[in-house]
Design a protein around this ligand. Structure first.
Ligand SMILES: Cc1cc2nc3c(=O)[nH]c(=O)nc-3n(C[C@H](O)[C@H](O)[C@H](O)COP(=O)(O)O)c2cc1C
Length: 208
């Protein structure tokens, strides 16, 4: 049976477009995977913190040599890494903030990029350890950053996520972006705006 890890990073609750799209994905994924398991992880409610010098020292200390304090420092990271390893697939709701990912998503990435756990050095070359996993990113942005547009180079969300997940061994990635979401602040109809995105996301969730 498949397991899906569902992550959300928008602080906007019910008004969030990326949360709407990730929940659409989960709904259709469940239909396509009866009996599958969904792990839900809301990054805005996970007590995420920035990594510290103590965290880095603990992460680079072999597991069997860690002090009780170092184990406690890595406790949340261990839990998040275990979720990534358990799941076969990831669905990640991502809001564009200041042309990048929300700070909680960056904090999560810093917590799960762990030497010996999610990547390793083999003959001095980094190797991702999450191979065989699939990730689908459900993005929302106020503006549009299409290929060839004047603002294409402003978009650090997709390139960053592709790079960091690729580094961790997840090369099977799909993206769906609801661009132009700022229109919702200026009177655009939410249902009409979301409808084509829901259809595209449903198709992504049903795809094997
Ligand atoms: C703090 C903040 C920063 C934002 N920065 C950008 C930005 O750099 N580029 C952009 O196109 N939209 C930006 N937006 C608009 C959001 O991307 C847009 O509202 C989108 O719907 C966010 O996803 P969400 O609805 O899931 O929260 C920003 C919104 C907020 C609240």
């Amino acid at each position: 049976m498949s397991t899906l890890l569902h992550l959300d990073s928008s602080p906007m609750g019910a008004a969030s477009v990326s949360r709407h799209l990730s929940s659409t994905f989960v709904e259709h994924w469940k239909r396509a995977n009866p009996g599958g398991t969904v792990i839900t992880r809301d990054l805005t409610k996970s007590g995420l913190v920035s990594i510290t010098a103590e965290w880095v020292a603990a992460a680079y200390t072999p597991a069997e040599s860690r002090t009780p304090e170092q184990k406690a420092t890595l406790a949340l990271s261990d839990k998040l890494v275990a979720e990534l390893k358990t799941a076969d697939e990831y669905a990640v709701g991502v809001a564009m903030h200041n042309f990048g990912v929300p700070s909680v998503l960056k904090q999560w990435i810093d917590q799960i990029a762990r030497v010996g756990e999610t990547f390793a050095y083999v003959d001095g070359v980094p190797k991702g350890l999450l191979s065989g996993k699939k990730a689908t990113f459900l993005l929302a942005a106020g503006g549009t950053y299409g290929p060839g547009s004047a603002t294409e180079s402003f978009n650090f969300v997709e390139p960053y996520l592709k790079t960091i997940f690729g580094f961790l061994g997840v090369s099977n990635v799909a993206f769906h972006t609801a661009g132009g979401a700022a229109a919702l602040n200026y009177g655009a109809n939410r249902e009409e705006f979301l409808q084509p995105h829901d259809e595209a996301v449903a198709a992504l969730a049903a795809a094997k």
